[in-house]
Design a protein around this ligand. Structure first.
Ligand code: ZN
Length: 140
Protein backbone atom coordinates (compact mmCIF):
# COMPACT_ATOMS: atom_id res chain seq x y z
CA UNK A 1 0.00 0.00 0.00
CA UNK A 2 2.84 2.38 0.82
CA UNK A 3 4.29 1.86 -2.67
CA UNK A 4 0.95 2.60 -4.27
CA UNK A 5 0.54 5.81 -2.28
CA UNK A 6 4.01 6.87 -3.39
CA UNK A 7 3.13 6.16 -7.00
CA UNK A 8 -0.08 8.20 -6.69
CA UNK A 9 1.84 11.10 -5.17
CA UNK A 10 4.34 10.93 -8.06
CA UNK A 11 1.53 11.06 -10.63
CA UNK A 12 -0.02 14.09 -8.91
CA UNK A 13 3.30 15.96 -8.63
CA UNK A 14 4.18 15.16 -12.25
CA UNK A 15 0.95 16.73 -13.53
CA UNK A 16 1.35 19.64 -11.12
CA UNK A 17 4.88 20.44 -12.31
CA UNK A 18 4.29 19.61 -16.00
CA UNK A 19 0.62 20.33 -16.68
CA UNK A 20 -0.78 19.03 -19.96
CA UNK A 21 -3.12 21.14 -22.13
CA UNK A 22 -2.63 24.22 -19.96
CA UNK A 23 -3.65 27.68 -21.16
CA UNK A 24 -6.99 28.93 -22.42
CA UNK A 25 -7.97 29.50 -26.04
CA UNK A 26 -9.53 32.70 -27.26
CA UNK A 27 -11.99 30.86 -29.46
CA UNK A 28 -15.77 30.93 -29.28
CA UNK A 29 -15.97 27.24 -30.21
CA UNK A 30 -14.84 26.51 -26.65
CA UNK A 31 -17.29 26.37 -23.76
CA UNK A 32 -15.77 27.77 -20.55
CA UNK A 33 -16.59 27.21 -16.92
CA UNK A 34 -14.89 28.91 -13.99
CA UNK A 35 -15.13 27.51 -10.44
CA UNK A 36 -13.58 28.65 -7.19
CA UNK A 37 -13.02 26.65 -4.03
CA UNK A 38 -12.78 29.29 -1.28
CA UNK A 39 -11.80 26.78 1.40
CA UNK A 40 -8.47 26.18 -0.33
CA UNK A 41 -8.03 29.13 -2.68
CA UNK A 42 -8.36 26.99 -5.79
CA UNK A 43 -9.50 28.89 -8.84
CA UNK A 44 -9.88 26.96 -12.06
CA UNK A 45 -11.26 27.45 -15.55
CA UNK A 46 -11.96 24.53 -17.87
CA UNK A 47 -12.56 24.97 -21.60
CA UNK A 48 -14.03 22.25 -23.75
CA UNK A 49 -14.38 21.98 -27.50
CA UNK A 50 -16.94 19.53 -28.85
CA UNK A 51 -17.15 18.58 -32.51
CA UNK A 52 -19.64 16.03 -33.87
CA UNK A 53 -20.30 14.64 -30.40
CA UNK A 54 -16.60 14.21 -29.59
CA UNK A 55 -14.60 16.15 -27.03
CA UNK A 56 -11.76 17.24 -29.31
CA UNK A 57 -9.96 19.55 -26.90
CA UNK A 58 -9.86 20.40 -23.21
CA UNK A 59 -7.90 23.36 -21.85
CA UNK A 60 -7.42 24.54 -18.29
CA UNK A 61 -5.99 27.50 -16.45
CA UNK A 62 -5.94 28.53 -12.85
CA UNK A 63 -4.17 28.53 -9.58
CA UNK A 64 -4.47 26.53 -6.42
CA UNK A 65 -3.12 23.54 -4.59
CA UNK A 66 -1.30 20.65 -6.21
CA UNK A 67 -4.37 18.39 -6.07
CA UNK A 68 -6.62 20.86 -7.84
CA UNK A 69 -4.17 21.97 -10.53
CA UNK A 70 -2.90 18.48 -11.26
CA UNK A 71 -6.42 17.04 -11.52
CA UNK A 72 -7.26 19.57 -14.26
CA UNK A 73 -4.26 18.31 -16.23
CA UNK A 74 -5.22 14.66 -15.61
CA UNK A 75 -8.80 15.39 -16.68
CA UNK A 76 -7.66 16.98 -19.93
CA UNK A 77 -5.68 13.88 -20.88
CA UNK A 78 -8.29 11.42 -19.68
CA UNK A 79 -11.33 12.87 -21.44
CA UNK A 80 -9.90 14.38 -24.62
CA UNK A 81 -10.91 12.31 -27.63
CA UNK A 82 -13.85 10.67 -25.86
CA UNK A 83 -17.43 11.01 -27.02
CA UNK A 84 -19.51 13.43 -24.95
CA UNK A 85 -21.44 10.46 -23.53
CA UNK A 86 -18.28 8.59 -22.53
CA UNK A 87 -16.74 11.72 -21.03
CA UNK A 88 -19.89 12.43 -19.01
CA UNK A 89 -19.99 8.83 -17.78
CA UNK A 90 -16.33 8.87 -16.74
CA UNK A 91 -16.58 12.27 -15.02
CA UNK A 92 -19.71 11.22 -13.13
CA UNK A 93 -18.10 7.99 -11.95
CA UNK A 94 -14.89 9.76 -10.96
CA UNK A 95 -16.99 11.97 -8.66
CA UNK A 96 -18.78 8.90 -7.24
CA UNK A 97 -15.41 7.20 -6.61
CA UNK A 98 -14.14 10.23 -4.67
CA UNK A 99 -17.35 10.46 -2.67
CA UNK A 100 -16.81 6.80 -1.70
CA UNK A 101 -20.00 5.69 -3.44
CA UNK A 102 -20.61 2.81 -5.84
CA UNK A 103 -19.12 3.53 -9.24
CA UNK A 104 -18.46 1.77 -12.53
CA UNK A 105 -15.26 -0.12 -11.78
CA UNK A 106 -14.84 -1.20 -15.40
CA UNK A 107 -13.72 2.35 -16.30
CA UNK A 108 -10.02 2.89 -16.97
CA UNK A 109 -9.40 6.09 -15.03
CA UNK A 110 -5.72 6.21 -16.13
CA UNK A 111 -3.84 8.76 -13.99
CA UNK A 112 -7.07 9.81 -12.27
CA UNK A 113 -6.83 6.71 -10.04
CA UNK A 114 -4.22 8.67 -8.13
CA UNK A 115 -6.99 10.70 -6.48
CA UNK A 116 -8.66 7.66 -4.91
CA UNK A 117 -6.75 8.27 -1.71
CA UNK A 118 -8.14 11.78 -1.42
CA UNK A 119 -11.47 10.43 -0.15
CA UNK A 120 -9.77 9.82 3.19
CA UNK A 121 -9.35 13.60 3.52
CA UNK A 122 -12.82 15.16 3.26
CA UNK A 123 -11.44 18.70 3.18
CA UNK A 124 -9.48 17.89 0.00
CA UNK A 125 -12.25 16.16 -1.92
CA UNK A 126 -13.41 19.50 -3.31
CA UNK A 127 -9.86 20.17 -4.57
CA UNK A 128 -9.88 16.91 -6.54
CA UNK A 129 -13.38 17.36 -7.93
CA UNK A 130 -13.81 20.99 -9.01
CA UNK A 131 -12.05 20.53 -12.35
CA UNK A 132 -14.38 17.61 -13.15
CA UNK A 133 -17.44 19.58 -12.01
CA UNK A 134 -16.38 22.52 -14.16
CA UNK A 135 -15.89 20.13 -17.08
CA UNK A 136 -19.41 18.71 -16.61
CA UNK A 137 -20.80 22.25 -16.73
CA UNK A 138 -19.00 22.98 -20.01
CA UNK A 139 -21.05 20.19 -21.62
CA UNK A 140 -24.40 21.64 -20.53
ZN1 ZN B 1 -7.16 22.75 -3.16
Amino acid sequence: MKKLEQLYRQIIMDHYKNPRNKGLKDDEDYQSEHIKNPSCGDDITIQTKVEDGIVTDIRHEGSGCSICCSSASVLSELLKGKTVEEAEHIAENYLLMLMDKDYDESIDFEDAVAYQGVKQFPARIKCATIAFKAFQNTLK
